[in-house]
Design a binder for this molecule. Structure first.
Ligand code: ACO
Length: 475
């Protein structure tokens, strides 16, 4: 199986299965920092003209702009690469996350996700993502203190949130509130200053739990408590969620639940150029401030094909109801009538390593909360799917969303809150990519091309002479 796509078959080549060969980060050549080695040339012959071209290869890729020299006649614009859904396009060079989708490997800044999930706190991992290296004990204490100091939000934020209807979807409230924070911090527009960028990163990581907890409390009709600066980042989040409500927990259980949530945030923290992170980079490429960038990224995350899948998994399990309904459900999936939510991934063609860690966390959480009966249904679905030819052939495995929702539900979160919790963790990754982009000498405004397939120049008709053609198509 080749590591990169087959140029001959942009839509997927039966021989090399290049559609399935998009396996994550393209690794630099062994032992070559940044992969700057000249790795040779790609020779192309244009059968239309007989012309030959040599495109330099670096890090197992060619620069798309090199294709522009390929023309039938000198007046032509030049050849484009066509890649709907960006299945085989590297849009940047990044040093943040490494994924080997074939082997099921995920590393943040070179550290295996399993080690980070086992040994670190979420704030430690956020520091790693944002600064490039794990903090010393002293650095972590200073970072944690700063985060807690910035965890409050302006009182007007609460008034703003009160304007939403009682049944507003928490993700809609989160996206709007984070975007609104941009108006509270106009200095965030000074994106060229590293120290100013640091201040905005601090604010966003610090305030996300507060906003997320208030989103929850708004949906339940509870008042908004202040952060407790004496608690850790995630313990304080739980305090803001449940304080003054009937949902109380003893200190030992609080520690276990906080640790489980912390680990979930670590697993959600970063995943290279996924839909929401690419959105963050896209918006930031126009020099927009990071608050609106994070709001845009969170909007992308809201989609059921992305972070919204954890919510969709629970809805699916509810709909299936019992093991006896699995065969009919699987029939529909295999007939292409629906998808098995929480399964499949653009990059992982092996078990998502995060899903494996989540199985362990589920057991720890259930010891305190009692078992969520949906775990049995999910496990059965997984077992059946992993043995079924349809899933095996397409290399569809459980992804991070398959189990996360079941754990969140056991902890007492309504399903509409699941993607909010995902966003809380992912904010560190979005901001790490923002920082990387802002200091990238290759940064340019993101502006893809298109292949125009619409009409040529049309004759303009005054309004009373037009026939209602477009309308006829949609009705
Ligand atoms: N259930 C059934 N079939 C599936 C599934 C699924 N969950 N996912 C992919 N397939 C099938 C497709 O029908 C297609 O089959 P075909 O070749 O016969 O047409 C093949 O597998 C390839 O699927 P694509 O849609 O081309 O894969 P793509 O990389 O574009 O999509 C995605 C990836 C969106 C994650 C997809 O697998 C999916 O919809 N999964 C369900 C939603 C989900 O769990 N999303 C969360 C992803 S993790 C995250 O974002 C945090």
């Amino acid at each position: 199986m080749p590591e990169t796509g087959c140029l001959a078959a942009p839509a997927g080549c039966a021989d090399c299965q290049s559609r399935f060969a998009i396996l994550g980060t393209v690794a630099p050549p062994q032992g070559v920092p940044g992969g700057a080695l000249d790795e040779g040339k790609l020779s192309i012959t244009d059968s239309r003209t007989g012309s030959e071209y040599e495109l330099p290869i670096s890090s197992a890729s060619v620069r798309a702009i090199e294709l522009r020299q390929i023309r039938q006649d000198p007046g032509e614009f030049g050849m484009l690469s066509y890649d709907p859904g960006f299945t085989n396009t590297a849009a940047c060079t990044s040093r943040i996350a490494y994924i080997d989708g074939a082997k099921g490997i995920l590393r943040y800044r070179g550290y295996p996700i399993e080690k980070l999930a086992e040994n670190c706190t979420y704030t430690e991992v956020a520091y790693l993502l944002l600064n490039g290296e794990l903090p010393t004990r002293h650095e972590l204490e200073a970072w944690d203190t700063e985060l807690m100091e910035h965890s409050r939000v302006h009182e007007n934020v609460k008034k703003f949130m009160d304007g939403f209807l009682y049944d507003a979807h928490p993700m809609g409230v989160l996206v709007s509130t984070v975007a609104a924070l941009s108006t509270f911090y106009p200095d965030a527009k000074q994106i060229d200053s590293r120290s100013n960028r640091y201040r905005q990163q601090l604010r966003l990581v610090a305030k996300m739990p507060t906003v997320a907890a208030y989103v929850y409390r708004k949906s339940q009709g509870y008042a908004y408590p202040d952060p407790d600066l004496g608690l850790s980042y995630t313990e304080n989040f739980i305090h803001m969620l449940w304080s003054g409500t009937r949902r109380q927990t003893n200190e030992r259980n609080l520690k276990v639940l906080a640790r489980a949530l912390d680990t979930l945030f670590i697993l959600h923290a970063e995943h290279e150029q996924n839909c929401s992170t690419s959105t963050m980079r896209q918006v930031a490429s126009a020099d927009a401030d990071p608050f609106v960038g994070v709001a845009a990224a969170a909007s992308a995350l809201y989609g059921p094909l992305h972070g919204g899948a954890n919510e969709a998994v629970l809805a699916m399990l509810d709909e299936i109801g019992s093991a006896s309904a699995i065969p009919e459900f699987m029939r529909q999936v295999k007939a292409g009538e629906r998808r098995l939510m929480g399964f499949g991934h653009r990059v992982y063609k092996n078990y998502d390593p995060r899903a494996r860690i989540l199985q362990r966390i589920a057991a720890e959480v259930f010891e305190i909360t009692g078992k969520n009966p949906k775990i049995d249904l999910a496990t059965q679905l997984e077992r059946i799917a992993l043995e079924d030819d349809y899933f095996v052939k397409r290399r569809l495995y459980p992804n991070v969303d398959f189990y996360s929702g079941i754990i969140y539900q056991a902890m007492g979160f309504p399903i509409e809150m699941f993607t909010v919790l995902f966003a809380l963790g992912r904010v560190a990754g979005w901001l790490a990519h923002w920082e990387e982009l802002m200091s990238d000498p290759e940064k340019r405004i993101a502006r893809p091309r298109q292949i125009y397939a619409g009409p040529g120049e049309q004759q303009f008709l005054p309004i009373d002479e037009r026939l209602s053609k477009a309308r006829a198509e949609v009705t």
